[in-house]
Ligand binder design. Structure first.
Ligand SMILES: [Zn+2]
Length: 287
């Protein structure tokens, strides 16, 4: 089955043409600033018009909370459009093709669950990128909850004295570990200013860079152990631009080793690499 896959992030959108689970084409664009879902759909379809013959369905994965009404923001800082944003309806109206839409990390969780080397019953997928998202598989099923909120583990608070999060809580994992949080801390303490890519490149020669990255990895390790304690997870899959950056997974697993044994859980890299959410978007039609 040939599917147009769209993965909407806070800063960028990946669009792919997926045929029977394989990514044939891929483009990346900046998330446009628009006022309506119809405009947003038109921007997306403009980039994909050459691919549309043969496309049978459209799968969308997106940052934010997905409900029947559309996309809405848990952390308004990471979403650039008004909410609720009925994008699935707009794409369906513009193309006359079936559209399925899921939260990005939930979509990736389901995709990664199917790709696991050994069958497991309970798994979490954590993506560390602009924000921190997650998806949870319980007894072999994606757990979404009645409002779709399940898996928003970036907004579990791990430090009552920590930074204020865009969601309104204090000390959320996202406010400590996300790419945005890393960038904020490094811009406050590093001279000259570094991009997150440069920060990772310098980690082994610059102790401040190492400290900032480790602070994020330790927060993700704490999150993994909290999830292990709550859900008795068999494994955690890590993805996202920060999650898959060089040495990050090693730092997370190292920090977990310092925790009491019952809370330790093995963390592995996403098989879908940086495209786990995009492949997950398409995977909605392959259940
Ligand atoms: Zn939060």
């Amino acid at each position: 089955m040939r599917i147009l896959a769209i993965d909407i992030g806070g800063t960028k959108i990946a669009i792919g043409l997926v045929d029977n689970g394989s990514l044939l084409e891929r483009v990346q664009i900046a998330t446009p600033c628009v006022q309506s879902a119809e405009q947003f759909a038109q921007v997306l379809l403009e980039y994909t018009k050459d691919w549309m013959s043969g496309v049978e369905a459209i799968g969308v994965s997106t940052t934010g909370l997905v409900s029947k009404e559309g996309i809405s923001a848990i952390n308004p800082d990471t979403l650039s459009f008004p909410t609720p944003f009925p994008l699935a309806q707009a794409l369906e109206a513009a193309t006359d093709k079936p559209v399925k839409m899921l939260n990005d990390a939930q979509a990736a969780a389901w995709y990664e669950f199917v790709q696991l080397d050994e069958p497991r019953a309970n798994m979490a997928f954590i993506t560390v990128s602009t924000g921190v998202g997650g998806g949870i598989i319980i007894d072999g099923k994606l757990h979404q909850g009645s409002s779709g909120l399940a898996g928003h583990i970036g907004h579990t608070s791990i430090n009552p004295n920590g930074p204020i999060c865009g969601c309104g809580q204090t000390g959320c994992v996202e406010a400590i570990a996300s790419g945005t949080a890393i960038q904020k801390l490094s811009s406050e303490t590093m001279i000259p200013q570094l991009s997150n890519i440069e920060l990772f490149e310098q980690a082994n020669i610059n102790s401040e860079a190492e400290r900032i990255i480790n602070r994020s990895a330790i927060a993700i390790a704490t999150l993994c152990c909290n999830l292990r304690a709550t859900l008795d997870l068999d494994t955690v899959v890590l993805g996202g631009g920060i999650g898959l950056a060089k040495g990050y997974l090693r730092r997370v697993n190292q920090a977990i080793q310092s925790k009491p044994r019952p809370f330790r859980v093995n963390v592995v890299a996403a098989k879908g690499d940086y495209d786990a959410c995009l492949l997950g978007a398409a995977h909605q039609f392959e259940e």
